[in-house]
Design a protein around this ligand. Sequence first.
Ligand SMILES: Nc1ncnc2c1ncn2[C@@H]1O[C@H](COP(=O)(O)OP(=O)(O)O)[C@@H](O)[C@H]1O
Ligand SMILES: [Mg+2]
Length: 403
Amino acid sequence: MPETIIEIEGLYKVFGKKPKSIMPLIKEGQGKQQILEETGHTVGLKDINLNIRRGETFVIMGLSGSGKSTLIRHFNRLIDPTAGKIKVEGVDIMKLSPKKLQEFRRHKMSMVFQRFALMPHWTLIKNVAYGLTVQGIPQKQCLEKAKAWLKTVGLAGYEEQFPSQLSGGQQQRVGLARALCTDAEILLMDEAFSALDPLIRSEMQDQLIGLQAKLQKTIIFITHDLDEALRLGDRIAILKDGELVQVGEPVDILLKPANAYVRAFVKDVNRARALTVETVMKPPACRITAETIGEALEQMKKHSDNYAYYVTDEGYQGVVLQETLEKAAATDKDHKLASKHIEDIPAISPGSILEAVIPETLYTDYALPVVDDKGDLCGELSRISLAEVLGEMNVDQSASLPS
Ligand SMILES: Nc1ncnc2c1ncn2[C@@H]1O[C@H](COP(=O)(O)OP(=O)(O)O)[C@@H](O)[C@H]1O
Ligand SMILES: [Mg+2]
């Protein structure tokens, strides 16, 4: 099991004059709207239970006002809960002394904000170095590191410029560099890309994905945009009116929405673009490893299909047809299986998006072999599984089926 880094247990947050006095009403089941009307208190979060794993990109998604910012601000205790526990690496952060809390904020987590929050009268390098400077690290070292991070986010040469000289996308790169510069293991990103133009936003997403592949931080990324969530998230949590309605991998959210709310959210997603081969492939039905024609035929006859994937120590070789084997066996059963018996059916890779492999599935009569970058056969993708996933009808069915 992957290690848990942040653990949230029974978290409630009520805004207003006497938050604790509202708890019984919430537990009785009174709604957010009713509580607001009758008591003037706002229920920000209700009974949140979550485990975030080390090294994952965890997306928190929901409409405006659903409680995303409130939730993320509990992680570094910018907000204190009305009830519940927040543990980071097993430590209950409500129990930290003011000094320990300050240290925790400086070293464990860093935040990237929607509106960049750069110091306008500071040079970029000084902005980036800020998190290190406050840790008391010697200035020279801070600046060297800041320079390196500016370079990593594509802003080499901009060190002495000021934020106002940069575009929004560039400013957000500085925000990212600043967060990364402290080496904090956890990155909190609250709508960090939401203020950017679509094209720049998409570039920033690519950059984050690239960086994350190298850095393996724990990233908690807030967005109200489903496409962004699906693109970035290893797992996605969906909030509605302060309550968690579903937590799962993108494929779960898309194909097994927990309720009508999530279903409505994912209705218009282009699944062919959002899902990879890996998420819909099945285990390869018939896989043959025989050396001779006779053995191959025997292995194949145990299965219902009249074709099979031929695999050797070197990995996937191609497709063999029962008909070919039968013809060859008629003359010499003990003959070695050779390339003339093997159809050259191109393999697809598990990480490809479905859209990219649709043409291939249309032009072959067999389920396509899915072969990983080591050359091993890891699954098959049939036209039927593809149609099931892309077809509207089946998604609704799968939502109501037990998984
Ligand atoms: N400081 C506050 N005082 C009162 N209500 C607040 C405060 N902060 C947030 N809220 C309320 O809590 C709910 C969740 O807000 P927020 O976490 O900002 O949502 P999101 O980030 O998903 O847009 C909203 O109803 C909001 O009005
Ligand atoms: Mg917010």
